[in-house]
Design a protein around this ligand. Structure first.
Ligand code: PEP
Ligand code: MG
Length: 747
């Protein structure tokens, strides 16, 4: 066999390219390619095996083996030497194939005559497409150079497969992208949606895998890598000094961007005839294949970094980016590895749903998706490799399931589900202007939670009586610098305008814990949920809070104003925050500004401690709102972001309900208005139980108002209370089973 020098590799690639350009049918093209490779590499045999389905390889073309075996010989992944190359995504190089472990004799191919065997995987971005094999009669191992040369050829073949150069039975990839895929992830925002895939960052398509002039390609690669390094350095410069985590990620990026090994491998690929982008993709592919087999999570993350970096480099080299010229479908379902809150807001309500490969329940993207009420499934592994732009897709945010290219039966069951939801919406619309009056005559007032200007149109359509919680942090989270007072005042004023005189409870900035501002100097905290967050930040560094309070007073401009302070854990935090507000009022008055017509100052009860605060706290607060999301995590000591424990304790647990009852009673003693604004208020069964415990005001996502009102109107709260009390007396852990049973019979 001829040694494969770099220049021979280049010659082979350009001959390959010429074959690819010939106007012949797919099979003939494959045949010519195998002939060409065998000839150029001086081997008796060259064969191409392609994946027929997820686990079957088929001999699709050969030079040297029996022609009758083409499209007949098949093997499973892992079976025989060819199957093992595919399984482990690694070359097998042996001088004596029949003696090799795993060798399987295929009589129809006549291959027993060949001794040496070299097989390399055909992969595209870590995805198996097939195996390329050369064989010879002489008993010799192939040199590293030859292995390398064959890998480069396999890379070019992979690109050509993707480009549709191979048609007919070997087009395993295309077949695969037609098949239905069901992925299970996590729910981050409920709701169901049906639509077409819109890839946030479409894959870069390498249209020119082979290049004529390696010197030009080397220059292109080096220029792009230089730009990449500058970009990474710039990103590092922008990391806030204390943000150790982001710094660590970017340091790893920088390390990879400066990796000599990575650069050297790509330079070698280019020297053998690949274009710069094909070289990047070849190394990315190898890293991806490794990613699947690395058990260590830390190392896997680092390989992910390398993957990200390769994507950036590919975009720099090809000029391809997000704008591929494709049009956003009418019913877009956004598919991405991950997405930032600002990017998600840019898409806004046009999106029907979002599916992320990564993400977390507490991520900013999830907060935005929740605010926009867009179903969101996270941790849908492989979705970005499986999905193609325009694919039909179903997103079930309630179950955390995604169906990509669903079969008709699945799609029609899903349509039924959507129709049932739509019918329910109609029922809710019919009671929109009616009160949430239970059969016993008790009326519960229902309000909505909001955080964006875009939420306000839901106020009239949902039937909410007002905004029970306006989370002000979203304007802070989605910008890269602190918003100015004037901007905020204008925004808050527009929110009040849009509310048309209905009450809006503005909660002052609740940051820290999971909500970290990009421009805030982060502090390394062992347990951020228990750390320096919300009012603690507001009181220790009052500048931003005071600015926000001024903006609120100015926005009210003579209208009533309601302000709520988050995460109050003891009385004096409330008095101090309240004093800040009163001082700002005095200042504004001194400046001659119009003061609010009336002012209500409330506190969020999010830590159990406040349930035991002195009576004077309850007397001073104009109102209290239970932040159940936080309260529950502290009550049960179970992190609301931790998938392992967050569902472990039931909201209808007897201890928790009893604690809520205690807060209701304390507020009743002092005549303090009380509401509940955590997510649980929007769950109909929970809402009924809260109302039965004495809560008369609930605030929830606008979409939950219909279902909650509908159930409240069908039950007698006194009966509900009796059922709950009976369960409490029986020593039950949760009242849910008996309440559900009672509802089934009575609602
Ligand atoms: C809560 O904790 O219940 C709450 C409403 O606040 P957030 O979810 O914004 O922390
Ligand atoms: Mg909270």
């Amino acid at each position: 066999m001829v040694q494969q020098s770099e220049s021979e590799s280049r010659k082979l690639l350009s001959r390959l390219q010429a074959v690819m350009a010939e106007p012949v049918e797919g099979q003939e093209r494959l045949d010519r390619i195998t002939h060409l490779i065998a000839d150029s590499m001086g081997t008796e045999v060259c064969s191409i095996y392609l994946l027929r389905d997820a686990d079957t390889l088929e001999l699709c073309a050969t030079q040297g083996l029996a022609p009758e075996a083409v499209h007949v010989t098949r093997m499973r992944i892992g079976e025989g030497l060819v199957g093992r190359v595919a399984k482990h995504s690694r070359p097998i190089n042996t001088a004596n194939a029949p003696a090799e472990r795993g060798f399987r004799y295929m009589p129809e191919t006549g291959e027993e005559r060949y001794s040496s065997f070299l097989g390399v995987p055909i992969m595209r971005l870590g995805e198996r497409l097939g195996v390329l094999v050369v064989q010879s009669k002489d008993e010799r191992e192939y040199s590293d150079d030859e292995v390398y040369a064959l890998e480069v050829v396999a890379m070019v073949l992979a690109e050509m497969t993707e480009l549709g150069a191979f048609t007919g039975e070997g087009a395993a990839l295309r077949e695969r992208h037609k098949a239905q895929v069901m992925l299970r992830g996590g729910c981050a925002q409920e709701g169901a949606a049906m639509g077409h895939v819109w890839l946030h960052e479409p894959r870069v398509v390498v249209t020119r895998p082979v290049a004529d002039d390696p010197a030009v390609e080397l220059d292109r690669l080096r220029a792009a890598v230089d730009r990449l390094r500058v970009d990474v350095d710039r990103m590092l410069d922008h990391v806030a000094p204390g943000d150790a985590e982001q710094r660590e990620v970017l340091e790893a990026y920088r390390m990879f961007a400066r990796s000599r090994g990575w650069m050297r491998r790509m330079e070698e690929d280019i020297a053998r005839g690949l274009s710069a982008e094909a070289a990047v993709e070849k190394e990315q592919s190898t890293a991806r294949a490794r990613m699947e087999t690395v058990p260590d999570a830390y190392l896997r993350d680092r390989l992910h970094d390398l993957d990200d970096l390769s994507n950036r480099l590919l975009r720099l080299l090809t000029g391809q980016g997000r704008d591929t010229g494709a049009e956003l479908p009418d019913d877009p379902i956004l598919v991405a590895r991950n997405i930032g809150p600002a990017e998600l807001l840019d898409y806004g309500r046009r999106l029907k749903g979002v599916v992320l490969e990564e993400g977390s329940v507490g991520s900013h993207a999830a907060i935005v998706a929740r605010a926009l009420a867009i179903p969101l499934v996270i941790h849908a592994s492989r979705i970005t490799t499986e999905a193609l732009n325009g694919d039909f897709i179903l997103v079930d945010g309630d179950e955390g399931v995604v169906h990509l290219r669903p079969e008709d039966a699945v799609a029609s069951a899903f349509r039924d589900k959507l129709a049932m939801q739509a019918a329910a919406q109609e029922r809710y619309a019919s009671i929109r202007d009616k009160p949430a009056e239970a059969l016993c005559g008790t009326v519960v007032s229902l309000h909505m939670n909001a955080g964006l200007m875009a939420d306000l149109p839901s106020l009239p359509s949902s039937g909410a009586e007002g905004v029970g919680l306006f989370r002000t942090e979203l304007q802070f989270l989605t910008r890269n610098k602190v918003p100015r007072r004037g901007e905020l005042a204008a925004l808050y004023s527009r929110v009040m305008d849009a509310a048309g005189g209905k009450r809006v409870v503005f909660r002052t900035l609740d940051i820290g814990s999971d909500k970290v501002l990009p421009y805030m100097k982060p502090t390394e905290e062992p347990n951020p949920a228990l750390g320096w967050r919300a009012i603690r930040v507001g009181l220790d560094k009052p500048g931003v809070m005071r600015m926000q309070l001024q903006a609120l007073i100015r926005a009210a401009n003579g209208r009533p104003l309601t302000v709520m302070f988050p995460f109050i854990a003891q009385f004096d935090e409330f008095t101090q925050a309240r004093d800040h507000l009163l001082r700002e009022l005095e200042r504004e008055a001194a400046l001659g500004r119009v003061l609010p017509e009336s002012l209500q100052i409330g506190a969020m009860l999010e830590t159990p401690s406040l349930g035991f605060a002195p009576r004077q706290f309850y007397e001073l607060a104009d109102f209290i709102s239970i932040g159940g999301n936080d309260l529950k995590q502290f009550f049960f000591a179970a992190d609301r972001e931790n998938e392992r424990v967050r569902r472990r304790y039931d909201t209808l647990n007897v201890s928790y309900l009893t604690f809520i009852e205690q807060i209701v009673n304390r507020c009743a003693e002092t005549g303090t208005a009380l509401s509940f604004c955590g997510e649980d208020a929007g769950r109909p069964v929970e809402a009924v139980c809260f109302a039965a415990m004495g809560l008369r005001s609930l605030s929830m996502r606008p979409a939950s108002i219909g279902p909650v009102k509908s159930l409240l109107r069908r039950v007698d709260l006194q009966e509900a209370r009796a059922v709950i009390d009976h369960a409490r007396g029986s020593g039950a852990q949760s009242v849910r089973p008996v309440v559900m049973d009672w509802l089934r019979r009575n609602a």
